[in-house]
Every structure is written in structure tokens, then in C-alpha cells.
Design a protein around this ligand. Sequence first.
Ligand SMILES: [Zn+2]
Length: 433
Amino acid sequence: MFDLLGLPGVKPVDLRPGQILTVVVELIEEQLPICPDCAQPLHRHGRRSSIFADTPMQMQPVRLEIMRPRYRCETCGKTVTPQLSFLDEKRRATKRLVDAIRDRCLGMTFHALALQTGLAVNTIKNIAHDLIAELERTVRYETPVIMGIDEVSLAGEYRCVVTNLATNNVFQILEFRTQEHLKPFFKNLPDRERVEWVCTDMWRPFKRSFSEYLPNARLVIDKFHVVKMASDALEDERKKYQATLTKDERLQVKKSIRWLTLKRPGNLSPAEKKALLVVRETIPALGLAYDVKEAFFRIYDEPDKESAMRAFEAWETALPDDDLPKFTSLAKTVHNHYDDIFAYWDSPGRITNAYTECLNGLIKLANRTGRGYSYEIIRAKTLYAKHARKVGSGTRLITTSQGAVPTKRTSETIEYGPHIPTLIDIAEAGGLD
Ligand SMILES: [Zn+2]
């Protein structure tokens, strides 16, 4: 029989088709083995057959029925079953099948892999857990120079996602964003002196947890979290007034006032511009709130820190007294985080967590398709899925007084972590399950 299996030391002797393709294999016996204790040749002592799963053939799961002779030593009575190096005895599968599952289990559903291989979902899960433990020990992503820290809803809870904002990669996912999780993370972070900027939201305890561990890092509050407060303040006003519109006026506005007023003027279509005019005429107070929101957003269009600070001051001075309480409290929040908000204009390339925001939507999708997966699995699928992991050129640059120069170890491979735009592409193609 032609050997399609290509496994060392055995040959196929029979093939039984069915739902699962069973290949009966026999050991290729050369000479009788020697007793390890007595150095005497062993005698044949019956046979035993055992079942092992193997890689699928012709889209069908495969089982090997392995017939192995048993040997007995006449002198000491010891019985021996020959070991086959290609078997993973613990998993009752060939090592090459276990490898193939390891290769795919973070990019496919466990259920699909179970169907393909005929193995139980639990066996796939156990292989995945072993793999994840190994990845935890061995995979090291380059510590970001510009680090983003944000919260993302994953497996039913808000998790802490750490990103590399210079390369748009996910660097780490922590179970929760608490001091108990962040402190050990910073403490054990390799090359932590590399971190120059940390971009996050206005979560106060954050400053305490990082400042003692990241000696060279400056905090910048993420632009999107700041302007979102202006959008939220506008939403508050909109809710107050929307109910006052008559049915006829609502029909005239057509589009949801919510989306209309949250948009920037440059993104409004001609029809939306008209609708906004109707809103201004019928609800002048909401028109005013819209202008106040827009003026706040424009602070971020300022080319430098001084003009941004002046623009904020002008914006605050122009706030109507007591009319827009949410905007007044926004002004207060800006004062509370003043240095860290305006650090934006000192940061290289104007750091934002924009991609982390995309990641939010992406992980929501993963949560939906990965229903039933634990936090650990969704985290590993996001953090370690091979197809999205970005590998650097191998030339690491360091900044010196002469400019950026390569370090000595130019041949080493640098991994930055999964590339967020790639993760998003995969998710949009429906593939992050
Ligand atoms: Zn013996």
C-alpha cells in the first residue's frame, strides 16, 4: 500500500472510509529490541492497537489505528511497548496534528477546528491553553516609546489595553485598569526608560501608578477623550430641546438631530447644512450649544501650545453664564488637567489614541463572534494572532546628538505586537473569530 502518511517507523496496511477516515498502521519491525535491564533480546508478547487523531486528509478527519507489538523479557518479566516519536500520548494525537491546531487555534473558532479534526472542542481548548501559556512566557513585544492606555470592553468587562502609538500596535492587554494591575505591569516592563510619552484619558489614579516606574515619560491626555466631553455636553442640550419640536419641524429636520449636531461642519452634506439651519431657527439655544461645541473642537486646530491656550481662554470667557452647565463643567475639567491636556502640543506628531478607539469597535465584534470565549482566549486571539503581528525591519534606531542611528544589534527581529489596522481589516472581512 502506498504510504500517504509519511510517518517514520510505521506503514499503512488498511484504510476504512467513513465520517472519519481510519488508517490502520503497523510498526515496521527491524529486529527484536533488547531488554533495558537485562540486555537480553525480548520476545514477542501479543499486540495492542490504539487510536490517535492525525491531520485531515481530503477534507476529512483522520484516525490512525496503530497496531503495536508488545515485547516481554523472559528473564525479568518486563513488558515493553515501542514508543513512536511522532505521537503526543497526552493528546492522543500525532504531534503534527497538535502543531497544526496550535497554528490555527487563535485564528479560527475552536468549534470549526473540532469539526475539521474530529477532536473534542475541549481538546482543542486545552491545546490552545498550553499554547497561550507558552506565548505568555516567550513572546516579547518592543516596549513602546509612545504608549497609549485605554479601556476597551472585552468579554463583558472593561479591560486595559496598552498600545504602541508610534507603530499602531497592541502591546499588552491587562485584565483590569486598576492600580493592582498597572503597577506590576509597569514595574516588570522591560526597557521602561524607553517610554517617553503616555497618552490616556482623564483617569486620575493613572498618574500615581506610572510616574514612579516610567522615569522618562510625560503624560498627555488624549485629544479624543477631551473633545468627546464637548460632544457629550452638546448631547445634554440636545436632549433638553429635541422634545420641544413639533411633528412638522421634526419632519423638516428629517435627519436625526443627534448625528447632525455631533458632526463637524466640514462633514455636513448640503442637505444636512440646510437641516442644521432649520435647527438653528427653531431652537436657537441648541444652535448656540452647537457653536460652543465647535469652538471647543477648534482649539485643537491651533498650530501651537500658546495659541491653543489662548483659544481655550477665549472660549471659556465667551461661555454664557449658567446657560450651558455641562460646558461650564467641561471648562473646570480642562483646568483640572490643564498641563496634561496642553502637553498635546509638545508631543511628537500630536499623539492621540485614535487607533485604540478603532480597536474598541473591533473588539466589540470579536466579543460578538467569540461569544462563549473567556477573557483569556479573546485576549490571546487579539494579542497573539499570528497574521496581525507586526515585525520590525530589524534595524533599531536610537536618538543621539548626531540624529537617529542604528544600534549595534541590527540583525535581530523586533516584534511590535498585532498591527491595529490589520486587525481591523481582518475583522471587517469577518475573520476575527
Ligand atoms: Zn529483562
